[in-house]
Design a protein around this ligand. Structure first.
Ligand SMILES: Nc1ncnc2c1ncn2[C@@H]1O[C@H](COP(=O)(O)OP(=O)(O)O)[C@@H](O)[C@H]1O
Ligand SMILES: [Mg+2]
Length: 233
């Protein structure tokens, strides 16, 4: 299986107001293979968000390397990193960041436009992705007319639409009730299996960890355990 993302000895410190230093991540080493669902677990404050933001080129480490498709992305300029994020990566956050004045369809079309997808195929691709996440009949609804779970599905449709190499999801189910959260997880699992998508997500949800191919456990900014699950197809 091809390795598409790698962290090598990644550390991140934050200087806080009183002049002291918080070691958010210390010597993190991990690998993400194409077509896998990788989960970062750990208590609040263990470093999950800091790590996923560095892996997704939203933040920079203080030391160590992040290698994406063979390229050291820490060495890239901010502009090159913006382009990389736009064209190759996608993000799903805990609080669904949809544009409230746009319908579900328009939200997905708009993100395709930002990703540089040619205008001609945008509507078709957006409809295809919304259908894929089970929202074929809700495409003309605005976020306010959709449930939390449905909004998160729109965010997932938006993330998959531009065919990113990796989708990063930071606690995508944390704001959902457990039934809805499990359904959203099952959808991620399905996308990974059926469509060959690669997903890196954070969670403290046990159900989610069982659906992951690999689970990295974080404690105080360090990886303390790696578990590989054998997920039946
Ligand atoms: N911008 C920041 N400035 C200062 N400290 C931060 C910042 N971001 C995160 N931290 C600290 O780094 C540690 C890890 O935080 P975070 O990655 O958000 O953990 P998690 O997502 O697992 O809850 C915490 O101690 C947090 O307070
Ligand atoms: Mg977090």
């Amino acid at each position: 299986m091809e390795n598409i993302l790698k962290a090598e000895h990644v550390s991140r410190e934050f200087l806080i107001g009183d002049g002291s230093i918080v070691h958010a991540l210390t010597d993190i080493n991990l690998e993400v293979n194409e077509g896998e669902l990788v989960c970062l677990r750990g208590r609040s404050g263990s470093g999950k968000t800091t790590l996923i933001n560095i892996l997704g080129a939203l933040d920079r480490q203080n030391s160590g390397n992040v290698i994406f498709c063979g390229e050291d992305i820490g060495a890239l300029s901010d502009i090159a990193r913006d382009k990389l994020r736009r064209e190759k990566l996608a993000f799903v956050f805990q609080s669904v960041a949809l544009i409230s004045t746009m319908t579900a369809l328009e939200n997905v079309e708009f993100s395709l436009r930002l990703a540089g997808h040619p205008i001609s195929g945008r509507t078709k691709r957006a409809k295809e992705c919304l259908t894929r996440v089970g929202l074929g009949k809700r495409m003309d609804h605005r976020p306010g007319e959709l449930s939390g779970g449905e909004q998160q599905r729109v965010a997932i449709a938006r993330a998959v639409a531009s065919k990113p190499k990796i989708i990063f999801a930071d606690e995508p189910t944390a704001a959902l009730d457990s039934t809805t959260g499990t359904a959203v997880l099952a959808l991620f699992r399905e996308l990974v299996h059926d469509d060959g998508i690669t997903v890196v997500m954070t969670t403290h949800d046990e159900a989610m960890m069982q659906l992951a191919d690999v689970v990295y456990s974080l404690e105080d900014g360090e990886i303390v355990n790696i578990t590989r699950n054998d997920i039946p197809l």
